[in-house]
Design a protein around this ligand. Structure first.
Ligand code: ATP
Ligand code: MG
Ligand code: MG
Ligand code: MG
Length: 482
């Protein structure tokens, strides 16, 4: 039998506890009081002020398993879901930290020790990257490989240690320079990749084929040294720190001898539940993966206080729920099904996240109400969309996308998701023009009071739109008691 996700979490925390780390609980998906960040996108978010020096803890080493969301904001993987084997919107990040205590050598050595000696990953499938100028990290990796039995010639021949440059357009734009957001703590990093084998398309990091799913990035060790300011300048942190993050689902895929994150124990169960509710019998269907991903994101969001709405975080939540529903519709569902996955999720993750378990009923109700609402317009909207895409059309006209959005509750990215499946695109500029036109007319007619909720700030952004406020009011009572 293979190691479960629950045991992978425990092994990680036990390992770092044995190295003097304090185990810290996961923080909420909504970062406390931080306007630079929409959602918690990594384990370091709850420690941001410790890096900056404005917060002190009773410990200098910490480890956690952090619930993360990458949908909206700087690290956004919503468009990768259903397309890669390794990206989710919601995922769990295993992390360890040094606040001015140990630095590069201990961090990389422990990472190697945990992977090869505790989890017993075959060393010859592992690759390391370092930031272009980071000779120190390069040297530490050489020592690690030599100690594991490699000759220096073999390290070079097989390019086991890869320098990643500033090929993204200037200093600090490299993949090996990590930033939480556009401003804040940042620094060069060193990443560990796992080679899933030549039968999978993709190339090593830094190569033109790196975006494939063959060499999968599993662990990032960030050497936090700077604070990035709005003008792009950096100043040193009070002390050099370490911030690491490893994707639990990616590690689980390796340890459970599967290739895709979507084949690990938790996803296997969620995909079967989605198949049960949608009646889809092909378990490899991409829409089932999307639904399984999105139930995690949306249920955890509700448990952390984010309910579907028309602005900010609530609108990201609404977009994710509606995308999931549309994928169910694609599989033939004409009535609410999505909320029925909540008990399955609670069964799988409730023990690790009691806050999810405690709110199971409320999560189900809120998702069901959002579903009932969207199902009222989904079919008519899809008919309009299908008709607009007939006859060799390459681009969905902005006016149609806007009408779908305005009258049928189709977020722009939902229409774009449908188009992408058919190798078509959306005229996003035309959408913005149609939106602007409607706003101008509304202003002229004096019918609408302009407020924040009606302010459109760009496609894919925090959004907008006129919605049925009475319907909203009906569900407010439910939302309030969480
Ligand atoms: P990728 O290049 O694969 O998109 P990343 O470089 O954006 O990953 P980091 O910001 O370095 O990721 O985060 C640390 C680790 O978290 C990654 O090495 C990976 O294991 C995991 N991770 C990142 N994004 C996701 C995601 N969307 N779904 C699952 N795991 C993720
Ligand atoms: Mg990424
Ligand atoms: Mg990366
Ligand atoms: Mg990375």
């Amino acid at each position: 039998s293979v190691i479960s996700v629950a045991d992978i979490r425990k092994t990680f925390l036990d390992f770092f506890a044995s190295k003097g780390h304090t185990v810290v609980a996961s923080s909420p998906l909504v970062p406390g009081n931080d306007p630079t960040l929409m959602f918690t996108n990594s384990g370091m978010v709850q420690f941001k002020d410790v890096f900056l020096g404005s917060d002190k803890r009773s410990y200098v080493r910490a480890a956690s398993v952090q619930a993360c969301l990458r949908a909206g904001g700087k690290h956004n993987d919503l468009e990768n879901v259903g397309y890669t084997a390794r990206h989710h919107t919601f995922f769990e990040m295993l992390g360890n930290w040094s606040f001015g205590d140990y630095f590069k050598r201990e961090s990389l050595q422990w990472a190697w020790e945990l992977l090869t000696e505790v989890y017993k990953l075959p060393a010859d499938k592992l690759y390391a990257t370092v930031y272009l100028e980071d000779d120190e990290a390069y040297g530490i990796w050489e020592d690690i490989f030599v100690k594991a039995g490699w000759t220096r010639e073999r390290i070079v021949q097989e390019t086991r240690i890869i320098r990643i440059g500033d090929n993204k357009g200037g200093r600090y734009k490299s993949d090996n320079f990590w930033m939480m957001a556009d401003t804040g703590p940042c620094g060069p990093c060193s990443e560990i990749f796992y080679d899933h084998g030549p039968h999978i398309p993709g190339g090593p990091p830094g190569s033109p084929e790196e975006d494939g799913d063959r060499f999968i990035e599993i662990w990032n060790n960030v050497f936090m040294q700077f604070n990035m300011h709005e003008d792009g300048s950096v100043t040193p942190l009070p002390a050099p720190c370490v911030d690491t993050g490893m994707g639990l689902e990616r590690l689980a895929a390796i340890l459970q001898h599967v290739h895709s994150n979507y084949e690990i124990d938790i996803f296997d169960a969620l995909i079967k539940a989605a198949a049960r509710e949608t009646g889809c019998t092909d378990l490899s269907n991409k829409s089932l993966r999307v639904i399984a991903d999105h139930i995690r994101a949306t249920a955890f969001l509700v448990s952390d206080g984010v309910v579907p709405s028309n602005e900010g975080r609530g609108y990201v939540q609404r977009r994710i729920v509606r995308r999931a529903i549309r994928h169910g519709y694609k599989l033939g569902k004409k009535s609410p099904f999505f909320h029925k996955l909540v008990p399955d999720l609670v069964e799988l993750m409730g023990a690790a996240y009691p806050n999810l378990a405690n709110q199971a009923d409320r999560i189900t109700d809120i998702l069901r109400i959002e579903e009932e609402r969207f199902f009222e317009t989904l079919q008519s909207g899809m008919q309009i969309l299908d008709a607009a895409l007939e006859g060799g059309v390459k681009v969905l006209p902005g006016e149609v996308a806007f009408k779908l959005h305005d009258t049928y509750g189709f977020p722009l990215d939902l229409s774009a998701d449908v188009c992408r499946e058919r190798d078509l695109s959306v005229d996003e500029a035309g959408f913005a023009v149609a939106m602007e036109k409607q706003k101008a007319q509304a202003r002229a007619a004096g019918k609408f009071k302009m407020d924040k909720a009606l302010d459109y700030s760009g496609a894919g952004n925090d959004f907008v739109g006129y919605e049925d406020l009475t319907a909203n009011a009906k569900v407010l009572a439910l939302y309030a008691d969480g």
